[in-house]
Structures are given as structure tokens and as C-alpha cells.
Ligand binder design. Structure first.
Ligand SMILES: *[C@@H]1O[C@H](CO)[C@@H](O)[C@H](O)[C@H]1NC(C)=O
Ligand SMILES: *[C@@H]1O[C@H](CO)[C@@H](O)[C@H](O)[C@H]1NC(C)=O
Ligand SMILES: *[C@@H]1O[C@H](CO)[C@@H](O)[C@H](O)[C@H]1NC(C)=O
Ligand SMILES: *[C@@H]1O[C@H](CO)[C@@H](O)[C@H](O)[C@H]1NC(C)=O
Ligand SMILES: *[C@@H]1O[C@H](CO)[C@@H](O)[C@H](O)[C@H]1NC(C)=O
Ligand SMILES: *[C@@H]1O[C@H](CO)[C@@H](O)[C@H](O)[C@H]1NC(C)=O
Ligand SMILES: *[C@@H]1O[C@H](CO)[C@@H](O)[C@H](O)[C@H]1NC(C)=O
Ligand SMILES: *[C@@H]1O[C@H](CO)[C@@H](O)[C@H](O)[C@H]1NC(C)=O
Length: 329
């Protein structure tokens, strides 16, 4: 009898508690999000954000199951015509912030973002944000992904980004960035991120310091970079995917005769690379190779995968010959 009385009491308590605490969402977070909505001009896309409902159930947000604080804010598209409000910095437990396909989102990245000390993923992509990529982003030490691709950012790449200890992916592609690749990118220590810098206006030579690090994925295509690429190659390197196409690289390819076994994609099209194709390329398990539109000469070495690609991988060179191009004489 005793136990059943307690059981009933506990069952009653449990069924009434959720009613009295029907608001799972943290009140501070709710106030911040409502302010954010207001600063964003109360867009239709945030219609579920109302004071009468639990903010853990609103669209685009996610609460942490342990402390019920807002952990993720992800807006993929919508009628937002505004700048990023300073209020964004008042969601201290945010780990993921994704603002994507918001073409009327304008202005610069607010400094208050540095208050988000738990942020792991910061994606601001396909927006109309402009101005510099701020060096203060290097204060976000927990970042693993920084994606600022497809915006109007200009100015140079802040060297301080190389001090982000946990960075795994850095996407700065499709902006209007100028200046060189920072020397500091040879200083990524704990982790070396996959780096995407394509479709910008970067100039200068690839810094020698980059020889000190093991890259896995690099996309430097469609810039105005010069010099040679020897810092990425050599037996002891670990690069897998390398796109250096559509730049102004100019070097003697024959002189490069050691490539890492890890190399699987190499795109060098539209540069000014001269000399012969190195024999060492036949020893690689390349999934893709493109050396078209350069100034290469001589016979395409026979072996490995080099005869697996169609002629467009090799065409438009000075005097490259042999299968799949026409025979050498
Ligand atoms: C962006 O702004 C333009 C001009 O004010 C407007 O025509 C367009 O509908 C807006 N786009 C979105 C997705 O809100
Ligand atoms: C995007 O920003 C540019 C200037 O940076 C401006 O000319 C253009 O109108 C903006 N587009 C939208 C959709 O706001
Ligand atoms: C970036 O673009 C803005 C607006 O077009 C311009 O005023 C500024 O000078 C540019 N900054 C750099 C470093 O090119
Ligand atoms: C790279 O790191 C070393 C050691 O921390 C430092 O002395 C050097 O100035 C850094 N180089 C660049 C270009 O940031
Ligand atoms: C790069 O990777 C190679 C092969 O795994 C290793 O031997 C070398 O020590 C690494 N270098 C650096 C700077 O981490
Ligand atoms: C490659 O690494 C091996 C062993 O780790 C070392 O003996 C050799 O000197 C390195 N070669 C180059 C070119 O760094
Ligand atoms: C390229 O390098 C090779 C071998 O190192 C050399 O024989 C050749 O003359 C060089 N070609 C040019 C155009 O410098
Ligand atoms: C190589 O690149 C050229 C230029 O972009 C392109 O036309 C061609 O289709 C590519 N070929 C291969 C096999 O990737």
C-alpha cells in the first residue's frame, strides 16, 4: 500500500511538472532571439518565433539537450534584408551559426561574434556581406569550420586565422580578396585545415613557409598567383587534392620529380608551366589530372594512369605529344 501511494505521488508530480515548466527554452535566449528577430525586421521566415511559444521549438534553432540553451542557429534562406545584428553575440552557448543563401543580408561581420566562445561552425555564405574578413575571427578558438564563401568580402586574408588551433575547413572562396596568401599559413600547427581560396584576386607567390606543413586539400584556383608549387610536392608531403588551375604559375615541370604518393587529384590547367611532364607522375594513383593550357613540351610519359584521361587533360600546350594527344615525331 505504502509503495503504491508513493508511486502515485511520483507519477502525479511527474505529470504536473512538465506543465508548470512547459517552457524548456532559457528565458535569456528567448529574449535574445526575439530581439534578433526584431533587428532583422521581423521577416516572414521567422514567423514561428513568438513570445507565446517555447523557443526550443522554433524553426532554425536547436537547444542543447543538457542545459536547454540555444546551441544552433541555422537560417538557409528567406526574406531577410538587414545586417547581422550585434545581438547575435548574446547566445553564449551557440556552437553552430549558419547564415546561407540570404542575398539581401548586407554589411560586415559584427565584432560581437567574438563573444560566441563555444562556436565550432561559422558559415556565412551566399550573402551580400562585404568589407574585410575581420582578424578578430581568430579569437574563436573552438572553430572547426569557417566558411565565408560566396560573399563580397574584400581586402587581404588575415594572417591571424592560422592561429585557430582546431580549424579543419577554411572556405574563403568566391569573394574579392586581394593580396598574398599569408606567410602564417605555414604555421598551422595542431591541425592543417582543408583550404579553399578559389575565385578571388589573390596575388604574389606561394610563401615558402607552406613547405613546413602537410596539407591534404588545397584549392587555389582562379586567382593571380605566381611562382612555383614545389612547396606542396616532394616525397614527404601528404597532399591529396590540389587545384592550382587558372593562375599565373610559371615553373619548369621537368625539375619536379618527386610527388607524394597521397596525391590523387592534380589540376594545373591555365597556367604558364613549361618543360616536360615528369616521369614520376606515372607512379601515382591519380584519379584526375589536368595540365591543359600551359606551355609544356615533349612526350606524355607512358604508364600509370596517364593514358586514362582524354586529350582535353593535355591539350593547348606548346608541344606536348603522345597518346592521348597525337603521336610525337
Ligand atoms: C531582396 O531585395 C530586393 C530589393 O529590395 C527584393 O526585390 C527581393 O525580393 C529581396 N529578396 C529576398 C529574398 O528577400
Ligand atoms: C549587394 O551589395 C552591393 C554592394 O556591396 C550592392 O551594390 C548591391 O545592391 C547589393 N545587393 C543586394 C541584393 O542587396
Ligand atoms: C572594399 O570595398 C569597399 C566598397 O566597395 C571599398 O570602399 C574598399 O576600399 C575596399 N577595400 C579594399 C581593401 O579593397
Ligand atoms: C610562426 O610561428 C612562430 C612560432 O610561434 C613565430 O615565431 C612566427 O612569427 C610565426 N610566423 C608567422 C609568419 O606568423
Ligand atoms: C608530414 O607528413 C609526413 C608523412 O606522414 C611526416 O613524415 C612528416 O613528419 C609530416 N610533417 C609535418 C611538418 O607534420
Ligand atoms: C623524408 O622523411 C625521411 C624520414 O622521415 C627523412 O629521412 C628524409 O630526409 C625526408 N626527406 C625530405 C626531402 O624531407
Ligand atoms: C627544365 O628542367 C630540365 C631538367 O631539370 C632541363 O633539362 C631543361 O633544360 C629545363 N627547361 C627549361 C626551359 O628551362
Ligand atoms: C581540363 O581543363 C580544361 C580547361 O578547363 C577543360 O576544358 C577540360 O575539359 C579538362 N579536361 C579534363 C579531362 O579534366
Amino acid at each position: 500500500m505504502k509503495t503504491s501511494f508513493f508511486t502515485i505521488t511520483i507519477v502525479l508530480l511527474c505529470s504536473t511538472l512538465p506543465l508548470s515548466l512547459s517552457q524548456r527554452c532559457n528565458v535569456k535566449d528567448q529574449i535574445t532571439l526575439l530581439r534578433l528577430k526584431n533587428s532583422l525586421g521581423n521577416p516572414n521566415v521567422l514567423a514561428t518565433w513568438t513570445s507565446s511559444s517555447d523557443c526550443c521549438k522554433w524553426h532554425f534553432v536547436e537547444c542543447d539537450p543538457y542545459n536547454d540553451r540555444i546551441k544552433s542557429l541555422t537560417i538557409f534562406s528567406g526574406d531577410i534584408s538587414s545586417t547581422i545584428p550585434d545581438t547575435i553575440g548574446n547566445l553564449p552557448y551557440l556552437e553552430t551559426l549558419i547564415l546561407r543563401k540570404l542575398t539581401n543580408l548586407t554589411g560586415q561581420i559584427p565584432v560581437t561574434i567574438t563573444k560566441l566562445t563555444h562556436l565550432k561552425t561559422l558559415t556565412i555564405s551566399w550573402t551580400n556581406l562585404s568589407g574585410p574578413i575581420p582578424s578578430f575571427l581568430s579569437q574563436l578558438k573552438t572553430l572547426t569550420t569557417l566558411d565565408l564563401s560566396y560573399n563580397n568580402f574584400n581586402g587581404s586574408i588575415p594572417p591571424e586565422l592560422a592561429t585557430l588551433p582546431n580549424l579543419e575547413n577554411l572556405h574563403l572562396d568566391r569573394n574579392e580578396l586581394t593580396g598574398p596568401i599569408p606567410d602564417s599559413f605555414g604555421n598551422f600547427t595542431r591541425k592543417v585545415p582543408a583550404i579553399y581560396l578559389s575565385h578571388n584576386l589573390l596575388t604574389g607567390t606561394v610563401p615558402r613557409s607552406l613547405a613546413q606543413v602537410n596539407f591534404t586539400s588545397l584549392d587555389l584556383s582562379r586567382n593571380k598567383l605566381q611562382g612555383d608549387l614545389s612547396v606542396f610536392f616532394g616525397m614527404n608531403k601528404t597532399i591529396q587534392t590540389a587545384d592550382f588551375s587558372r593562375n599565373m604559375f610559371e615553373f619548369n615541370f621537368s625539375a619536379m620529380n618527386e610527388f607524394p604518393a597521397s596525391l590523387s587529384v592534380l589540376d594545373l590547367n591555365h597556367n604558364s608551366i613549361y618543360g616536360n611532364l615528369p616521369e614520376a607522375l606515372t607512379r601515382l594513383q591519380l584519379q584526375a589530372l589536368n595540365v591543359s593550357y600551359n606551355r609544356l613540351c615533349g612526350e606524355i610519359p607512358v604508364g600509370g594512369r596517364l593514358q586514362n584521361y582524354d586529350n582535353t587533360a593535355y591539350f593547348h600546350n606548346r608541344c606536348l605529344c603522345g597518346f592521348p594527344l597525337t603521336a610525337c615525331f
